[in-house]
Design a binder for this molecule. Structure first.
Ligand code: SF4
Length: 267
């Protein structure tokens, strides 16, 4: 279900590395990823994540005013929602915000799991400073369907990366979260290497508030044989990510991919 809402502010300060502002055209996300921690960040209390999306229909008007007074800085488009989720096909809020950001020459960093981003190539090409990150958690679309049911397929995302690059747009891959015992990192890096992103930013599965239950339920339903292993990781008894990081580094080296680690790997 989509509900139209009005907002009072558009750009909010961002604490995420490399971003000055966050701009989220929607509240809620139809991609409904199992591991999404946005509900706890935005204190979502409107039912199951993915069932309801609030479209900020007046966002472009508010953004337009703010862009006249705010100091220029890097805008992260979609930090707690996906700016290209299905609702965007109809509402085009992301597109209208991009038009304004382009007019004011604000640098933009987009992150999405949707090939709908290709619709806006005409605009994206015109920015002097813009990059598009596409998330990939697996090379296996059967796993993707369970993990990220509302998002584009693996193939569509790889195609989007390739098309963006072919149009001279800077791309990167958010490889995360790496799902213990499920993400085949070598196969995924192999697929990523074919589309030649500028870099890969890898992230581990984070156990934020509210996420653990969702992941435990997912593992119990689809991969019950892994339940015990996940519990060991959750409890901190096993640091799965130390070993897997070595494998990721090796695969990226072999494929000549520039690898960056998320903050979570430094904690
Ligand atoms: S695409 Fe991002 S915001 Fe949307 S459900 Fe998935 S992780 Fe959450």
């Amino acid at each position: 279900m989509i509900k139209e809402i009005l907002v009072k502010t558009a750009l909010s300060p961002s604490k995420l590395p490399g971003l000055d502002y966050a701009l989220n055209p929607y509240r809620g996300c139809q991609h409904a990823c199992v591991y999404c921690y946005a509900p706890s960040v935005i204190h979502w209390d409107k039912g199951k994540w993915g069932d309801l999306v609030e479209a900020k229909v007046n966002l472009p008007r508010i953004l337009s005013k703010e862009l006249h007074v705010k100091k220029k800085g890097i805008v992260g488009l979609g930090t707690v929602t996906d700016p290209y989720q299905p609702a965007e096909k109809k509402y085009e809020i992301t597109r209208r915000c991009l038009e304004l950001l382009l007019t004011h020459d604000f640098p933009v960093c987009i992150q999405t799991k949707s090939s709908l981003v290709l619709r806006d190539i005409d605009l994206l090409k015109k920015f002097s400073n813009l990059e598009v990150g596409i998330t990939l958690t697996t090379h296996d679309d059967r796993l993707r369907e369970k993990l990220e049911p509302g998002a584009s397929s693996v193939e569509e995302r790889l195609h989007a990366l390739s098309e963006l690059s072919n149009n001279g747009i800077n791309t990167w891959v958010f490889m995360g979260p790496v799902m213990p015992y499920l993400t085949d990192v070598e196969a995924l890096i192999d697929s990523i290497s074919m589309v030649k992103p500028g870099y890969v930013l890898v992230d581990k599965l984070r156990m934020k508030e509210g996420v653990r239950d969702s992941i435990s339920g997912f593992v119990k339903e689809f991969y019950p044989h892994l339940s015990e292993k996940y519990e060991t990781i959750f409890s901190g008894e096993e640091n799965y990510f130390v070993k897997i990081l070595e494998d990721i580094k090796k695969s990226c080296e072999n494929k000549d991919i520039y690898l960056r680690l998320s903050q979570a790997f430094h904690q």
